[in-house]
Design a protein around this ligand. Structure first.
Ligand code: SF4
Ligand code: SF4
Length: 409
């Protein structure tokens, strides 16, 4: 991540970000062509009533599944009809988490009727995984998710948020009970695969450790056109048959007035998805979908990793606007610079949920859990030591103060 914080010309922006994300000379073929979903709906050439449908299914690592190139992220989904609609469009990958309030239960409302149509990934509570958690406690967490999902198996169960110092150091995942609990759950038929998700500052390090020391089947990194340094770990995972599911691919996107970016009937979000689909090693992208219109908008670019020169231009401008206003997933540049030890990456991420995702209540709730001394009110009387450490020259202090104002009730 040494290329952070450079002055970036408009011309070089896309080239630089793409190269830094995928790494040089990776040579992994992510695109598997038209396939029929394993255990899911056969591919449709056109949706009902002319609505768009998924055009491409990709091999999901060694899981034995071929999943839609766009996955349904259900954070914030209140109506199971949305997921039903997405399944009808050909989406057969669903991502949820125990931490998303009742979202597992909302998915479970479609089961058992739709159970064999989708590959379901859920994530255990982040705080459950600690240096001294027991196998039985992890198995208990899996049981809880099974009940909430109204199913007797989970296709993939993830450790939620590895590489986040706020949750603990590496000893969280080095605890031998962690791998043994997931392996036992597989033996018992309760889960079929396991892995880890992260957008934390140490995500690359922890994914590397898990790939080298355990039998994980999936990694789920936060990744988009503004992130950097993920190429080698994605390559390693792909080479080992470990599924790679990207998330946070549209994060920061909602700050922009999209109408200013409309070109040839396409939206900036569609451009961002196409950019992601072109990156090597990505099996599918988990995107939060909260309206029927969004599902149509996103599904329309399934199978479209071709960026036109016009779209590249649009994305260049778009990226330039976001470049100095977006705290990157997986970045640890300013860790240690704050005399109060504020979790800068977490606070700025909560504010993204508030500002950009329409998840105000969730964001306020997460912020409220921080002790007063670790909130961004501390920034009021600080000259902003963190700013000289930021790899991207962000105005960290003012971003923190804005977050504090948004998230304090
Ligand atoms: S401005 Fe805030 S986050 Fe930055 S060093 Fe000061 S107290 Fe820490
Ligand atoms: S504020 Fe800057 S250095 Fe700190 S985590 Fe965010 S992008 Fe990285």
């Amino acid at each position: 991540m040494k290329d952070c914080g450079e002055n970036i010309s408009r011309r070089s922006f896309l080239r630089r970000t793409a190269a830094s994300v995928v790494g040089a000379g990776i040579g992994i073929s992510a695109v598997t062509g038209k396939l029929t979903a394993s255990g899911g709906e056969p591919e449709k050439e056109g949706g009902d009533n002319g609505a768009p449908s998924i055009k491409e299914y990709r091999k999901l690592g060694k899981t034995g599944w071929k999943v839609s190139d766009l996955g349904f992220g259900n954070a914030g989904m209140k109506d199971p009809a949305l997921l039903e609609y997405a399944i009808d469009r050909g989406i057969n990958y669903v991502d949820t988490a125990r931490q998303y309030y009742d979202m597992e239960k909302v998915v479970g409302k479609l089961f058992p009727a739709k159970r064999d149509k989708v590959f379901v990934t859920t994530k255990l509570m982040p705080e459950l995984i600690t240096a001294d958690v027991s196998e039985a406690e992890i198995l208990g967490g899996i049981e809880e998710s099974l009940k909430r999902l109204n199913t007797d198996y989970i296709d993939c169960c993830l450790i939620h948020s590895v590489g986040d110092p706020e949750l603990g150091d590496r000893s969280r995942i080095e605890n031998p009970a962690v791998a043994s609990a997931f392996e036992k759950a597989i033996e018992q038929g309760k889960i079929r695969n396991w892995g880890a998700s992260s957008h934390g500052p140490k995500m690359v390090d922890d994914f590397e450790w898990l790939l080298d020391n355990t039998s994980i089947d999936m990694i789920m990194p936060g990744m988009n056109m503004l992130t950097a340094g993920l190429g080698p770990v994605i390559e390693k995972a792909s080479n080992r048959g470990v599924a790679v599911v990207a998330m946070k691919s549209l994060s920061a996107a909602r700050k922009i007035n999209y109408s200013a970016f409309m070109r040839e009937g396409r939206t900036a979000r569609q451009g961002l998805i196409k950019w992601m689909l072109a990156q090597p090693g990505i099996d599918t992208i988990s995107i939060t979908m909260t309206t029927f219109e969004q599902i149509d908008e996103y599904v329309e670019v399934s199978g479209r990793s071709d960026l036109t020169p016009e779209e590249e231009k649009v994305l260049e401008g778009y990226g330039m606007l976001l470049d100095r206003d977006y705290c990157r997933p997986g970045c640890d540049g300013c860790l240690g610079s704050c005399p109060h030890g504020l979790p800068i990456h977490d606070i700025l991420r909560y504010n993204l949920y508030f500002d950009n995702y329409g998840r105000e209540k969730y964001a306020i709730g997460r912020y409220a859990r921080l002790p007063e001394g670790r909130k961004a009110g501390q920034c009021l009387n600080c000259p902003g030591y963190c700013e000289s450490s930021c790899r991207y020259n962000l105005s960290v202090r003012s971003m923190m103060l804005r977050a504090h104002s948004n998230l304090t009730v």
